[in-house]
Design a protein around this ligand. Structure first.
Ligand SMILES: [Zn+2]
Length: 194
């Protein structure tokens, strides 16, 4: 499969079958992609930041780490990771993010709105979208105070991360819309299913 393009500040959704691999590529560098996953058969089962971080006992996940669902099943396995820094704490950016953090009067709908539109054909609305695995998002954490700082991604042009699906999944994927997350430039994201 040739790489599919997610244009800047947009998102998409697709089925990823068990055993298939999803490669997410940052074609230009310093661009974040929010990823959510639902079990295809029962979409009340979704990717879970809390369970995954609990079982990993670590905040920073990379090649070899599994991503769990709210039912403690492994949904995805990270097989390759060129960057080694992603975020699994913060929710997808949204109109409220831009209103509360950035003070925008007429905010963009953000990754949350883009994911909700892409997932609407499966009946999934905003309220069911969990904390995303924020690919390439660089959140610095002060070990003492726990203070969070969003820094430019460490990804360079062409860097990629590869996931293997451990069950049949519905995936939502974006080219993130938040200024801070992407070093104040919006770029596309490429992905491939093999
Ligand atoms: Zn975003």
């Amino acid at each position: 499969m040739t790489a599919q393009v997610i244009p800047p500040r947009s998102g998409t959704a697709f089925v990823l079958q068990r055993g298939q691999r999803l490669t997410v590529i940052d074609p230009e560098g310093e661009q974040v992609s929010d990823m959510v996953a639902f079990a295809l058969e029962d979409q009340d089962e979704a990717i879970s930041s809390g369970r995954t971080l609990d079982y990993a006992s670590r905040l920073f996940l990379t090649a070899g780490d599994p991503l769990y669902s709210n039912r403690s099943r492994v949904m995805l396995q990270i097989e390759r990771d060129d960057v080694g820094r992603h975020d699994f704490l913060l929710t997808p950016c949204s109109a409220d993010t831009f209103r509360i953090i950035y003070g925008h009067d007429r905010p963009h709908r953000g990754c949350l709105g883009n994911l909700a539109e892409a997932l609407a054909p499966w009946g999934i609305g905003e309220d069911r979208i969990p904390v995303a695995f924020n690919i390439f998002m660089h959140v610095d954490i002060d070990g003492t105070s726990g203070a969070l700082k969003v820094l430019p991604p460490k990804s360079r042009a062409g860097d990629r991360i590869v996931f293997r699906a451990e069950t049949d999944l519905l995936i939502g994927l974006t080219a993130c819309s938040a200024e801070q997350s992407n070093n104040f430039a919006f770029k596309p994201i490429h992905y491939r299913i093999d």
